[in-house]
Design a protein around this ligand. Sequence first.
Ligand SMILES: *Cc1c(COP(=O)(O)O)cnc(C)c1O
Length: 387
Amino acid sequence: MIPYGKQEISPADIDAVVEVLKSDFLTQGPMVPKFEKTVADHVGAEYAVAVNSATSALHIACMAIGLGKGDWLWTTPITFVASANCGLYCGAQVDFVDIDPKTYNLCPVALEAKLAQAKHENRLPKVVVAVHLSGQPCDMEAIAALAKEYGFKVIEDASHAIGGKYQDEFIGSGRFSDITVFSFHPVKIVTTAEGGMAVTNDAKLAERMNLLRSHGITRDPALMTHEPDGPWYYQQVDLGFNYRMTELQAALGVSQMERLDAFVARRHQLAKRYDQLLADLPIVLPWQHPDSYSGLHLYVVRLKLNSISRSHREVFESLREQGIGVNLHYIPVHTQPYYRDMGFKAESFPNSMVYYREAISLPMFQGLTEDQQDEVTGALRKALGEE
Ligand SMILES: *Cc1c(COP(=O)(O)O)cnc(C)c1O
């Protein structure tokens, strides 16, 4: 089976991890700060806080912003559940904004309309989580303008987007948001097995996230309520978690980061080749905003169901039967039973539902060979009945 995504581990990656195993620190040593600095420097952010997953990063990002009971978090239905769940973890309520049918990202026009309505009803969001689906950045300039006008904070869920650019700056520079979150799960662009990171230019937010990832405990006298009792002393000043990343993960991350730009460039090569090989098929190819450089975590095609005799499910099943590990990103979050029970109706977000009925993610990862890619496109041709 050719998977839809797969990590690429080099001998240097393995050496880096083995090196840590032979060292004094398996956790809370020098590698985590080094990984944080590597990512922050690469994307152009002041501060970085590494954690054990992007889900944890989203959680402490929301907490650092002060999201809580009585607040609202808004995001897109077309994302992984974690982009919404982070709001619920904080006791806040979650709502959604429909997608733009061209980019599949949260639609700024729909956002503006919903904000105007919410203002009227006195239930404006405190946080909007903008998800860069497939690695293509959201219209951050428009979202940032609305954030200013309506007074909400913006978290970029850039789990798909490390190494990508928006308006010539790396995603994570923080020009249009408060905090940006990356995921290092093995299917993502760069991996630490499990892992995530939050980057920001706000010293206070960074300090808060730093506390929250490790029990709310500090050893910094400046953050304590009184002088330390002695050299052993630490203080719990907030209720945090154990969301720490290990030294092994950080070492793998540092080593992987050296190849980030090459990984993304390779993904662009593959996307261009898919674009050419699939141009004549009854499918919609991914549209790229001219002002952006996608991280290209995913390559999503949409079936033109009116032009083919097969159903979406038949095409999907045929691809799986032919050994192509296609996937579907994502089942709209508001249709998950847990969210349905809160009262969400599927058709409240019609563009998301249309997308869900047509989308298929083809294999896209740096190690995909051209032979494998030919196998994928041949299988898709067959699945569509175009052979
Ligand atoms: C993968 C992913 C997450 C969660 O990442 P983990 O590191 O697995 O917690 C969150 N949001 C999006 C959009 C993702 O793709």
